[in-house]
Design a protein around this ligand. Structure first.
Ligand code: GAR
Length: 197
């Protein structure tokens, strides 16, 4: 991540669903826990709950339907234009269930990070918590990584693991989400601090 010599880092969050990580990042920015501003939400599902959170929190939103565009390249150009316009320094994927294509990676590669609810490289893709639970793992975790052109691939920045011997997937989910919200903020903070040194 390279950024301009200004006080607050400008973050765009991409999300497709509930948006609890989006809200955690916005609240951390609003409270000053991270020296950043969330300037844009990008959402590929206009009906997703994350859009309601953004409206309540006053975050500008670009919600689009991929099928309204002729190609992935076409909607990624539109997103890249908005990121440029908002002078975005860092893109945080937070439950954005699409692979980032060459158009966005070409312009923003190295500035895009993703959170994933498993200890990568295990259990990539959708439903990672269910995959791990069904596999019977006893050590669960969360990973944050730079994004490349592969599914949940790219250099790992941070991971946090915990042991769980129970049999309640809802309990695992809530433990993972609680860890995600903390780890995402801590990691964004770390990246900002490193770049300011
Ligand atoms: C999070 O658990 C995130 O790690 C996961 O989607 C969830 C979004 O939750 N992402 C992936 O699985 C990426 N492959 P949220 O909408 O409440 O932030």
């Amino acid at each position: 991540m390279t950024m301009k010599n200004e006080k607050s880092v400008r973050i765009a969050v991409f999300a497709s669903g509930n948006g609890s990580n989006f809200e955690a990042i916005v609240q951390a920015a609003l409270s000053g826990r991270i020296d950043a501003r969330v300037v844009l939400l990008v959402c590929d599902k206009p009906g997703a709950f994350v859009n309601e959170r953004a409206a309540r929190l006053g975050v500008e939103t670009f919600a689009f339907r991929p099928k309204d565009y002729v190609s992935k390249e076409a909607f990624e150009w539109e997103i890249a234009r908005l990121l440029d316009e908002h002078e975005v320094d860092l893109v945080c994927l937070a439950g954005y269930m699409r692979i980032i294509g060459p158009t966005l990676l070409g312009r923003y590669g190295g500035k895009i990070i993703n959170i994933h609810p498993s200890l990568l490289p295990a259990f990539r893709g959708a439903h990672a918590i269910e995959q791990a639970f069904e596999y019977g793992v006893k050590v669960y975790g969360v990973s944050i990584h730079y994004v490349d052109d592969t599914l949940d691939g790219g250099k790992i920045i941070a991971q946090k693991a915990f042991e769980y011997y129970g049999d309640d997937i809802r309990e695992v989910e809530s433990m993972i989400h609680a860890i995600e919200h903390e780890l995402y903020i801590d990691t964004v903070n770390k990246l900002i601090r490193e770049k300011k040194q």
